[in-house]
Design a protein. Structure first.
Length: 196
């Protein structure tokens, strides 16, 4: 007697429903997290349409699974990640937030703080993209974050949430370049860096 093959997508509907609840919650809160951004870039809300081919279903199943497995797919997980990032990046100095309060159940981050956090990571992403794609230089996230923090503290007077991202990217790249040259002797200076 032939064994009945278990449907590999048996739990798909439940997972799609769970993923969409998280997706909507993040959208409502305005949390532009890594998991949320990735979901938006790859098609937005999740679906399990009738008539999907097996390949389409497999792709969507993988997308749903990746989203649900990401720590930043939940508000609570995002708060934990943001709390850690605030401490590691020095963003707490910029947003003036007590990072321990973010983990307290029910704590809501105000819109300006969310905007500032989103701007910070958008700028960090732009810096990383520019350095890798235009200059072939790989700089760690920690170095980029430190540079944004130091650039801000060295004289940025207005609310960072209103910062001109492109101008900030230029300032941050110049600071990274300066830091690189300060920590390396001139003979070992990377040719790519020397043209920035």
């Amino acid at each position: 007697m032939r064994k009945k093959r278990r449907d590999e997508f048996a739990d798909f509907n439940q997972l799609v429903s769970k993923a969409n609840k998280r997706y909507r919650r993040l959208a409502k809160k305005g949390w532009n997290t890594g998991a949320y951004k990735k979901a938006v870039q790859t098609g937005g809300a999740f679906h399990n349409k009738r008539g999907m081919s097996k390949n389409e279903k497999a792709r969507e199943y993988k997308r749903v699974s990746n989203f649900l497995n990401a720590k930043t797919s939940t508000v609570r997980g995002s708060k934990a990640v943001v709390s850690g990032m605030l401490k590691r990046t020095g963003l707490a100095d910029i947003v003036g937030t007590n990072t321990d309060k973010i983990l307290v159940s029910g704590f809501e981050v105000d819109d300006t703080t969310v905007t500032t956090i989103n701007k910070f990571f958008d700028v960090a992403s732009m810096v990383d993209d520019y350095l890798q794609n235009s200059r072939g230089v790989k700089v760690s996230s920690d170095e980029i974050w430190r540079s944004i923090h130091d650039t801000y503290l060295s004289g940025y007077k207005q609310d960072f949430s209103n910062a001109d991202a492109e101008k900030e990217v230029g300032n941050i790249i110049r600071r990274l370049h300066h830091d690189y040259l300060s920590s390396h002797d001139s003979g070992s200076s990377n040719q790519t860096w020397s043209t920035i």
